[in-house]
Design a protein around this ligand. Sequence first.
Ligand SMILES: [Zn+2]
Length: 221
Amino acid sequence: MLPESPEAYYARIASHLGPEGRLAVAVEEMPGWDIYPYEVESLRLKPLLPLAGSEPPRRGEDPAECWCASVAEGPANALPEHLEGFVWRNERWVLTADLAQSLPVFLTLVPVATHCDLPTAPPDLAAEMGQLIVAISAAVEALPSVGRVQLAKWGDGGAHLHLAFLGRPARVLQFRGSPLLDWAENLPDVPEDVLSANATFVAEHLAAAVGGEVGPEHVAS
Ligand SMILES: [Zn+2]
């Protein structure tokens, strides 16, 4: 049997649609779990949209127009503006922290010297990525306010490889599992100085484990 087509996959969903083109909420699945943020009685799924004709192009799909093109043309070790506040870097990778969000830590790891996405990462970069994923995960889980690290690769907006590391708050058991981001959208932001201190903690653990440079704004005083 051959792998099925997008049309066949979509048609199966469409055959389950109810009134107004909506699916029923799967109360026996995740929406019924205690870690799901919303009460089942109040839920209604949005009507299913038509199948798109194709996948839309993402930012930086053409390497010449990706932010990394300026890194190749610029001075050695120079970073584009959006990476200047980095937490940690080496010659091939940069780790940044989001300092306006609600989890103890939200980090993004990107390759800086090579344009690729996850399916196109060259073997040497892929091997180093594996080691960095382990080391960053250990550093995030060493934070007192983190119970577990979560790792994500979405890549629906930007074509340049970027991995996300989320710190799930310690002992808040309701935030376990994949609904964490839905909870996070509704939580109050953590103060910037707390997020910066947490990022510094992770960066220094990471540098001790794998070398590299802690970012200028993230050196503990
Ligand atoms: Zn790129």
